[in-house]
Write a protein that binds this ligand. Structure first.
Ligand code: NAD
Ligand code: LMR
Length: 338
């Protein structure tokens, strides 16, 4: 390892004592895929989160470089790097929250489902490690296609006998972040004042913004609804095309992932009214997984909110979303079961 990685072990008592104190008062978080386009800025943002005392950065490439870099930030969390499969178990042991942005991103012309072939196997391996080393951790799954990777993770955990649906969360926060931004632009207000529920899943028509439930209460013209729905559903593709082969959303995603991770940690801490949209095991529809607003607490997802009143446009969108989602969920489940 480069010298910086051994500092904790080799530089004597003072540093160790100081670090041990930090370790006792916060949460232990691992990022799997930490050297990637999302992983690196996410590592930076998690290192800045005062709720994090230990940050484990795992990747199959460059984990030590990113770790050395981030570890120089003068914030509280102790950062440790883990490189490659042989170090996966050490990366996971003792973690409270595991964030997974590992896997390949889209290029122009691809759907998220085109990533299934490669990412399904990556997610399976990582989740097997979680079952073994930190079965009680909250898992934030970012790797695409989220509509299938969350069912894959659930099946891996079931097989290992460690499945707790309250602790497995597909990250759809970027859809909410985009919806808030685009709606704020249309309304001419600050995006921080806007709250748009986005339900369903995380791909094309399965991304269903509920524009009739926007806060603060407002109304849109038919043209605005059509523009906003299309822009929110295709926000990912907008970035993929703009990056022209260099990947998909990384910076806005790292922001969204850090926001969601912070929400999960505040839930674990026992803060009241921690509510965000997420793709989770759900009985809100007939499908086994669905994204809606959920309330987070000490044990993960503690309450799942119903869809609320939908207008005709949204009811139509819901039927389309469910049709596509059903296939994606089934594809994930059968990847593990067969
Ligand atoms: P990237 O290629 O820049 O980074 C991925 C990282 O994963 C790389 O560092 C790679 O080495 C690592 N990796 C590959 N196999 C691994 C393994 N077995 N174990 C650990 N790490 C491994 O890609 P990115 O732009 O960071 O995107 C990552 C994933 O996140 C993609 O699947 C992308 O589609 C998805 N994504 C999801 C959302 C969302 O809203 N949920 C948003 C943006 C991107
Ligand atoms: C996104 O919504 O930006 C991600 O799912 C990445 C992608 O492929 O669009």
């Amino acid at each position: 390892h480069p010298p910086t990685l051994q500092m904790e072990e080799s530089s004597g008592l003072r540093r160790s004592a100081c670090r041990a104190k930090g370790g006792a008062s916060g949460y232990k978080v691992a990022i799997l895929g930490a050297a990637g386009g999302i992983g690196q800025p996410l590592a930076l943002l998690m290192k800045m989160n005062p709720l994090v005392s230990v940050l484990h950065l795992y990747d199959v490439v460059n984990a030590h470089g990113v770790t050395a870099d981030v570890s120089h930030m003068d914030t509280g969390a102790v950062v440790r790097g883990f490189l490659g499969q042989p170090q996966l178990e050490d990366a996971l042991t003792g973690m409270d929250l595991v964030i997974i942005p590992a896997g390949v991103p889209r290029k122009p012309g691809m759907t998220r489902d085109d990533l299934f072939k490669i990412n399904a196997g990556i997610v399976r391996t990582l989740c097997e490690g979680i079952s073994k080393c930190c079965p009680k951790a909250i898992v934030n799954l970012i790797s695409n296609p989220v509509n299938s990777t969350v069912p894959i993770a659930a099946e891996v955990f079931k097989k290992a006998g460690t499945y707790d649906p309250k602790r497995l969360l597909g990250v759809t926060t970027l859809d909410v972040v985009r919806a808030n931004t685009f709606v704020a632009e249309v309304l001419g207000i600050d995006p921080r004042e806007v709250d748009v529920p986005v339900v369903g899943g995380h791909s094309g028509v399965t991304i269903l913004p509920l524009l009739s439930q926007v806060k603060p209460p407002c109304s849109f013209t038919v043209e605005e609804i059509s523009y906003l729905t299309d822009r929110i559903q295709n926000g990912g593709t907008e970035v993929v095309e703009a990056k022209a082969g260099a990947g998909s959303a990384t910076l806005s995603m790292a922001y969204a992932a850090a926001k969601f991770a912070d929400i999960c940690l505040r839930g674990l801490r026992g803060d009241a009214n921690i509510i965000e949209c997420s793709f989770v095991a759900s009985q809100v529809t007939e499908l086994p997984f669905f994204a809606t607003k959920v309330r987070l607490g000490r044990s993960g997802v503690e309450e799942i909110y119903p869809l609320g009143p939908l207008n005709e446009f949204e009811r139509f969108g819901l039927e389309k979303a469910k049709k596509e989602l059903a296939g994606s969920i089934e594809k994930g489940v059968s990847f593990i079961r067969k």
